[in-house]
Write a protein of this length. Structure first.
Length: 197
């Protein structure tokens, strides 16, 4: 089965992660940046880089990845579509294991409890339920991308629009005779028209 690589993929071999490779700095190239902008709906993405530490405890099949990324991003204001620029500096971590070689005891215990109906199933910590290692590699680029997406402002607003809660009127794209749909920001449009008189 073919595994499709994401927009920014930086692969590290499972056997080298936390042994031969313990500290690494990564950054996407221009083509990958363009693809990330499309995926994350960004107007611009500059200076994205991540410093990562890979750790594998003696005798453990789980690789712990921790690090920090910095990025200069430009998003579109949800009200005016003006550019909104921000600088991000975030710490993150993740755990990875090959499901064919390791079964976490905590996960096995949790699944057994659920099967036996032993009350509520406890929520597992991420380190006890690591992400699967795919095709013998850990994708550090995708890991950073996921945390970058979480750090983005879901409702970026340009200066002067911080308190706005309305959206302009839009038309459905079903063709001729399409209905007008009022979005939550429609009131803002009418308010601004009244204020210009």
């Amino acid at each position: 089965m073919t595994h499709t690589l994401p927009e920014w993929s930086y692969l590290v071999e499972e056997d080298r992660a936390g042994t031969d490779i313990t500290d690494i700095t990564i950054a996407p190239n221009a083509e990958e940046v363009a693809a990330l902008c499309e995926r994350l709906n960004l107007k611009g993405l500059e200076e994205l880089s991540a410093r990562l530490k890979l750790d594998r405890q003696s005798g453990s099949m789980v690789v712990h990845v921790s690090g920090r990324f910095t990025a200069h991003v430009t998003q579109a204001c949800v009200v005016s579509l003006e550019p909104v620029v921000s600088d991000l500096d975030e710490e993150f971590e993740g755990w990875f294991a090959n499901p064919d070689n390791a079964v976490m005891l905590a996960k096995a215990r949790r699944e057994r409890q659920a099967k036996n109906g032993e009350g509520e199933t406890p929520i597992m910590e991420e380190k006890d339920d690591p992400e699967p290692i795919v095709n013998g590699h850990i994708d550090l680029g995708e890991l950073v991308t996921q945390y970058l997406s979480l750090a983005l402002d879901p409702y970026p607003r340009a200066p002067g629009y911080e308190d706005e809660t309305a959206e302009v009127e839009v038309i459905k794209a079903e063709g001729p005779g399409a209905e007008l749909r009022r979005n939550p920001f429609a009131a803002l449009k009418d308010w601004k028209k009244g204020g210009d008189n």
